[in-house]
Design a protein around this ligand. Sequence first.
Ligand SMILES: [Zn+2]
Length: 335
Amino acid sequence: MFLSAGVRFEANVEALNSVETTGNFSKHRKVPYIIWNEEKESYDVIYVPAMSGESLAHAYQELLVREALNLDKNAPICDDCRRGEFFKSMNKDHLKGKVDVSKLKQITPQEVEKSIVNNCLIEDIGGFLYAEKPPVKRTSSFQFSYAVPVKNVALLSVTEPLLHARHAQMREMKGKSEREGAAEQMIYYVEAGTAIYGFTFNLDLDSIGLSSFTGEPIIGKKDLEFRKEVAVRAFIRMISSKQFGAKLSRFFPAGDILGVYVSLTQHPFSVTSPIYKDAISMTARRLDVLKSKFNEKVSLIVYDSMEGVEGLSYDFIEVVKTPEEVGALLIERGF
Ligand SMILES: [Zn+2]
């Protein structure tokens, strides 16, 4: 089964993805973005605030760890991943504890993969790249797009450097001259962004626990079901908790999840990107074709506060009132 989700969220005053610090200035990530210019009747490229897919994937993997341990405190997760350091068996040092490194010369890449997958469910779901001999690569079961502003309000997205100050009480600084104490004071700028963002998440549930060499299961059936459930729960937890992006401790975005729609299909399918204003209805029309012409089992679960989906009348759609209900339905249905 293949899960695909579109998410829209409003974030006012966020610093979810800063890219560089020059002196006392930390800059928001910005990306080139194509829009249709009505007046010129041609396309324009503008620069808009954005959040990288890497950043979203990092948050998701941290929540994978958490959800797995919530459900089973003995879930197989390696020490690196447990700490949220996703080195992913990149070299011999980070292979320890998952594969018997003294036998590396005698075992095949297939066996290396099997051993890693068995010992760390994060690297099963999130993939890894062992770049020494023999090189072994496992592709991630999930994909994240960048989070970028939705098209019809992209021109309204802004970034603004905000001044902050750290004050020192100079009089109390014994043994230091007032001039030295001044260094303890600091002004700094954090460039904050404001936009309505959209991103896509895909999860190939069928690839979890399977060998990338043979396509055969390399973990037990019970483990397989557990890992699939953890993968779905972590995504819903991410949306529900809004624990993604940087600087949450002082720049937790003011705003909310405006929509999340999730399709379940038998084979790979990606929902229409949430950057388009009628993405949910377009997704539904596309799924309808898959269902009627390709005889595929499809379903679409929708929470929406932007687009207006009341008029959509397909028997495979379920419209719910909260993002959490989307998750509850997914888990209830099983995968
Ligand atoms: Zn790991």
